[in-house]
Design a protein around this ligand. Sequence first.
Ligand code: ACO
Length: 333
Amino acid sequence: MYAALKSIGAYIPEKVLTNKDFETMVDTTDEWIVKRTGIKERHIAAKDELTSDMGVEAAKIAIQRAGLKINDIDMIVCATISPDYLCMPSTACVIASKLGRTNVTAFDISAACTGFIYALAVAKAFIESGMKKNVLIVGAEKLSAIVDYDDRTTCVLFGDGAGAAVVSATKKRSEAITDIHISADGNYGDLLMTPGCGVKHPCSENIVEEKLCTMKMKGNETFKIAVRTLTSDVVNILNDNGLDAQEIKHFIPHQANYRIIKAVGDALKMSSDQVVLTVHKYGNTSSASIPMAMNDIWENGRLQQGDTMLLDAFGGGLTWGSALLPFAGKPAK
Ligand code: ACO
């Protein structure tokens, strides 16, 4: 039995925060943000809109596009670093409940921006082992809830949203997810972290006052490792599978920074029509960024059945990963 990605869906919150808006909030300019990151705007969830709510909306679309009903789903995996609750219940359990699905395997994955690729690997393993048939994977983030809007070095980067996909068992080799690499190096954990409100620094007045429950990033150091790691990871997965970068139809990298994406694309000599870009309109949505980007090219008709996709992500942990797979769902157009 093989595992195939059968559908994609996404949810993008309505409210838009532009670079101009940030000019009134912190010492920054539209010019700096565009030049250093490529980001022009990002979407922000409503106050009462939770990570699970966005995940549910994306999930409903993905399940419907896979031609399935919620009771056909036998496992739900949610990748997120902005869960509804710090410890429990998991956001996957909340999503299951909101979808009306009980008695189902459900759990979260914490691998920051690489979360969706980790979830895809888990779905593939469960399906190939024969344990599950239809796995719903969700990448959902309300990063606006864990951003320090007084810190110009991080607040301009992040946005909210969700993406979801259904991975199903198939006997057709041509539909199968070809390969996935997932990896981590915890020695660099301090480059990108939310230091407070875990067991190390339990929630207290001090922790809240110092905003230690928000994301802190050593951006410049992270940038250099990101370019190096993303490039070598993609080279390795292509080599392992005897493919040239030019044979990839859609390169869908994590959308953190246009300069990182361009550096990796250039190193691989990819043309601009191979590289999927959404960072300008969504910013960095961590685990949601790859499925949101995949949904974009599906909805505009660019992603067709059988197209080879190469996913590549890097994030806090540090974690990184890549995936090589055909799109096994129906096209939108
Ligand atoms: N507006 C204006 N100036 C700013 C801003 C801002 N919003 N932010 C920083 N600056 C200033 C800095 O203070 C610094 O000033 P100084 O030279 O006087 O000290 C200057 O700009 C340069 O700062 P750098 O941090 O060196 O800027 P850099 O070019 O590296 O860009 C950025 C910063 C965009 C964060 C970049 O380093 C980056 O994208 N890093 C990687 C992010 C990433 O991939 N993270 C992993 C995934 S995210 C996840 O897992 C959740």
